[in-house]
Design a protein. Structure first.
Length: 189
């Protein structure tokens, strides 16, 4: 049950972050015919990167022993802080979104990697915390697919401020999850 609650607590921030990027692509003019392709790229990378992170986290957890949980909490806190950092120059970001919206071939790797760094960090934390790989990856894949589709559909209707606010809320949510996990860990000591 503990693993289900932790995994569920990680999904909201990831979904908000995915939604924010998909909304930006929707605002940049991603055409309907490209939505499924980009959604599948998001889902593949967002489900795959946590696997790499979890495997690294499990190996690191074996070395860290009882300190592994604290390492997982630290990485969640770091991921949250990274989401709170100020955005890039708006004109550069808009241009990048237009390019990503029409990415093909190897350029699609940039799109996939740009959206999955947070998932790598969360996967590392999940591995250090000992969460189930299958459950975590399944939940992340489902949230990635749904959040991407919702972001595309609402992106053209939403303003930049809403998209940026979603990223900020995602960062705050990851920090809150990290602090709750820390409090629970300290309460057991």
């Amino acid at each position: 049950m503990r693993q289900v609650l932790i995994a569920a607590g990680l999904l909201l921030p990831l979904a908000l972050d995915t939604f924010a990027l998909a909304a930006a692509l929707g605002m940049a003019g991603l055409e309907k015919r490209d939505r499924l392709r980009v959604t599948l790229v998001f889902t593949l990378f967002e489900a795959g990167m946590p696997i790499a992170g979890m495997l690294i986290g499990r190996v690191a957890g074996a070395f860290l022993g009882t300190w592994a949980g604290y390492g997982g909490i630290a990485f969640l806190l770091l991921a949250g802080l990274l989401l709170l950092r100020p955005g890039q120059d708006e004109s550069d970001e808009a241009g990048r979104m237009r390019l990503l919206a029409h990415a093909r071939g190897l350029a699609i790797l940039d799109l996939g990697l740009s959206i999955s760094v947070d998932e790598l960090t969360v996967g590392l934390s999940a591995g250090l915390l000992g969460l189930s790989i299958a459950l975590t990856v399944l939940w992340i894949a489902v949230q990635a697919f749904v959040a991407t589709q919702v972001g595309f559909r609402l992106g053209a209707r939403l303003g930049e401020e809403v998209r940026e606010r979603a990223e900020w809320v995602a960062g705050v949510a990851l920090i809150v999850v990290a602090l709750v996990l820390l409090a629970l860990k300290l309460a057991r000591v």
